[in-house]
Design a protein around this ligand. Sequence first.
Ligand code: ZN
Length: 366
Amino acid sequence: MRNLIIALMLLVLLPVGVNAAEAENVAPEGRKRVVVIDPGHGGPRPGKVMKDIAEEHYVLDVSKEVRKQLKTKMSDLEVYLTRSSDSAYHEKQAEDNKRRAEFANRKGADLYVSIHANAHEKTTVNGCEVWVLTLNERLMNQNQGQAARYADDGDFIAPEDIDRTSQGFMMAVARQLENEPFSRFFAEECCRNMSSYGLKNLGVKAGPVFTVLYYFEGPGVIVELAYLTNSEDYAYLSKKGSKTEMATAISDAIVSYFKALDGDASEPAESAEESTTESVEEAAPLTEGYTIQLISSTTEVDKSDYQFKEYKGRVELYMGTGRYKYKYCYGSYATREAAREELEHARKTFKDAYVVRFKDGNIVAK
Ligand SMILES: [Zn+2]
């Protein structure tokens, strides 16, 4: 509440500063949008290590693949990596994180994505999650315990070390309120995409004041791919092709994010595409395209099961990878966007429904 009051005061007192921050979310005419990808760790800090996988190397490979994919998916996007070798900015963790954020600021990043792998003292904990910055008092304190146990020293600023009266903090609060919806939109998109490869979706989390996010001035997230303390997640991460899949999940989320920012401008084109897609769907079932996954299961479920009553006769079974390999889906669409149009309706009954890509009866990577 106190943060909110301070931020509201700033909105009144500092209209110029706040407007400038807002304007950064929409690239001015002619300016290319910029994404900074931060492969976590490197140099003296390998991050989490499980058997033959070291976080620093894994996330660097994924980051490079994200950059490579974005070159073809969104050629007008400028993509920078905070590091492209086994290096760090500073020997001290806190300073290193801060400099990564400052690098992104200098590049004028519209979106900042820091990529990591996770760890937990309970080896049964698994799945993917994405963190956004919060300066909400309750959330900062609530998730502090978890961060203190699993983050490296200097990865976050302890609530008691934050000077709530400093101008820097007040500006950070104003920025955070401005950026959080954007960060969350990307985070949700990213979680959904990653979990389509069989990882458990642990969702979007807002937690301690991560230095790597705190010093960045735009929307930003920390992507935690999977747990390097869990054998199931390890099996996924060590699987051939998993780096490409994770990169696809992230790069697709980046593309969706910028498309959503441009939403109003491209609306006429989208509705044209939608009507074309619908007529294609009527004419012949697609052998590949996009569908809405309603549920996934470890065992086969009867397609006439009561839970599908609303989609009776229209539920399709696709096969995926991972433990929840039976994917029950609805609809087939030529584009991800067309499938999304239907998603809202599906979520009224299946709140975790999301869009996946299929080919010849299987759920596949893009
Ligand atoms: Zn990490």
